[in-house]
Design a protein. Sequence first.
Length: 252
Amino acid sequence: MSTTDRQGISTVSTATATATAPFLTGNQRDKLRHEAHRYGNYTSYYTFRSQDVPDPRLTQLKPFVQGRRILDLGCNAGKLTLELATHFDATQIVGVDLDAGLIASAHEAKAAALSQGQSVVEIVTFEQFDFANTWPFQRSAAGQWDVVMLLSVIKWVHLNNSDDVLVELFRRLFEVVVPGGCLVIEPQDWANYKRAVKKCPSLRQNLKVLNLRPPFIETLSQGGWEQVDGWERDEFGFERSVRVWRKPQVST
């Protein structure tokens, strides 16, 4: 089975690739799996993160997400996107991911929730496009939002593109967020970038030319954002921070 990457290029799934190369070592198979998910689009991502419902990150973010209109960029299969509806009274939510298979899974998860009587998820919509390289945002993701979330995705945007693309994304999001609204990011440290490249060698050349370093405090501050909260997390070996940036009520 094949999928289509953000540039419209057909890529072979891990299962298909390994089936056509049965004599690969375990390490080679592992690298092949990571290459197939070079955008962080792991199909089993939430099986090795916290299974708590709602996700602990959302619980900590409650003061910022409760009752808001939320754009969830890099939503994967929609777990957190749907939890924003079922546990935090969001008034509108759109989840975006570049992986068509993950968006299909998100639609299935929404349908399953509806079949169980969770009518509140009717407010959730999912869209498939490459948000890092698409402007303006498409369909239901267009317009302005109270909160934009980028959880577990900044590293992949940065590694697969460039410093300029990341800076431009932050600039665009400043336009997308309403005055007084928030940008929530989950930056990963530079050592994590290096581990990702070790697993996915095709990203090595990209890494070599990156000059910006997480958590991008100077970049975001220069873009007009004000940091209002943040904390460090260690969840089953996932050591990273969550940071909340606010767009001032009066832009300067």
